[in-house]
Design a protein around this ligand. Structure first.
Ligand code: NDP
Length: 315
């Protein structure tokens, strides 16, 4: 039987609607959550992402501000910008869009963001909060993955979860959230032996690898929930045929654009999995929705309000 497809756009819209309601209530009480986005230089992909973030902020009623220093900005100048934003009390969230220009020390910049305003959840203080189950700011994509699972009624506690990928941005925080949700978690990476066999144990399989269609049907236990985080642009004809031979809709996109977006999970997995997130339209939309949720969370935490616990946080 074909997997049921978990609609990320629909879940993201639900979350944004909830955020908009919260923002309205906060505004009525005299607070407007606010987000500052730093976009350094002219990276076309970053410009698209930032536009999406600003547009979503407007939709939910979050005040947003964009700072666009030139490609030539130095680490010191960018540090100064971040410090100024840290000092401005009316700014709740600070997001530094990555990648930064090559001459900038990205780690130094991310470390300088006030952890209370770190809506990307990358600061070591927030990483520590997550691993010790304290209220903090959780990275947006992993937080979105948990929302997809919860809102699709996928049980987490007691389940076997396998996360392929151990990046600081996706793999590790996702594994931590699943541990906090009482799953039994295995984390895999490029040195893992017998990867398909390890993955086949999973009730929940998260693929965050960055390799188009690498997770084939032999990685998946029948009926498992598969979350595909990967976003890979396929431009090669042979690669396209390996993934989408006979798919007329994809064929049309590929012909007209010369590329198509594909996840880390091969489309054939839909024949084995119980539930599956599509690419596009799965995890991607949740990332921005959770940025909105994080900005509201930051605004509340900074004002000493109680926030609902996130996936296993001690409240
Ligand atoms: P990274 O490149 O930082 O990490 C990739 C991970 O996959 C590493 O841990 C690496 O292992 C592991 N890996 C690579 N090759 C293999 C292999 N052959 N077998 C097993 N493991 C392997 O990527 P990110 O975590 O940043 O992103 C992962 C994917 O998710 C990308 O496609 C990215 O575009 C996408 N993404 C999507 C987002 C969204 O909003 N939907 C947001 C962020 C990312 P090792 O550590 O050993 O090198």
């Amino acid at each position: 039987m074909a997997a049921s497809i978990l609609d990320g756009n629909k879940i993201a819209s639900e979350i944004k609607a909830e955020v908009a309601t919260e923002v309205k209530a906060m505004a009525a009480a005299g607070t407007r959550p606010s987000l500052a986005v730093i976009l350094a230089g002219h990276n076309p992909a970053s410009e698209i992402y930032v536009r999406g973030k600003v547009k979503s902020s407007e939709e939910v009623g979050i005040y947003s501000e964009q700072l666009t220093p030139p490609d030539t900005i130095s680490t010191e100048e960018l540090l100064e910008m971040v410090i100024k934003l840290n000092q401005r009390d009316e700014i709740d969230g600070i997001l530094v869009q990555l990648p930064l220009p090559s001459q900038v020390d990205s780690k130094k910049i991310l470390m300088a963001v006030d952890p209370a305003k770190d809506v990307d959840g990358f600061h070591p203080v927030n990483v520590g909060f997550l691993s010790t189950q304290r209220p903090g700011l959780v990275p947006c994509t992993p937080a979105g993955i948990l929302e997809i699972l919860r809102r699709s009624n996928v049980p987490i506690a007691g389940q076997q979860a396998v996360v392929v990928g151990r990046s600081d941005i996706v793999g590790k925080p996702t594994a931590m959230l699943l541990i906090n949700g009482n799953a039994t978690v295995t984390v895999c990476h490029s040195k893992t032996r017998e990867l398909p066999g390890v993955c086949r144990r999973a009730d929940i399989l998260v693929a965050a690898i960055g390799r188009a269609g690498m997770v084939t049907r032999d990685f998946v236990k029948p009926g498992a929930t598969v979350i595909d985080v990967g976003m890979n642009k396929v431009t090669d004809r042979a690669e396209f045929d390996r993934l989408f031979a006979g798919n007329a809709r994809r064929e049309e996109t590929f012909r007209s654009k010369g590329s198509t977006l594909v996840g880390d999970v091969h489309p054939e997995v839909a024949e084995v999995a119980g539930k599956l997130t599509p690419v596009p339209g799965g995890v991607g939309p949740l990332t921005i929705a959770m940025l909105m949720a994080n900005t509201v969370r930051a605004a509340k935490l900074r004002r000493g309000s109680r926030v609902p616990a996130f996936a296993g946080e001690r409240s």
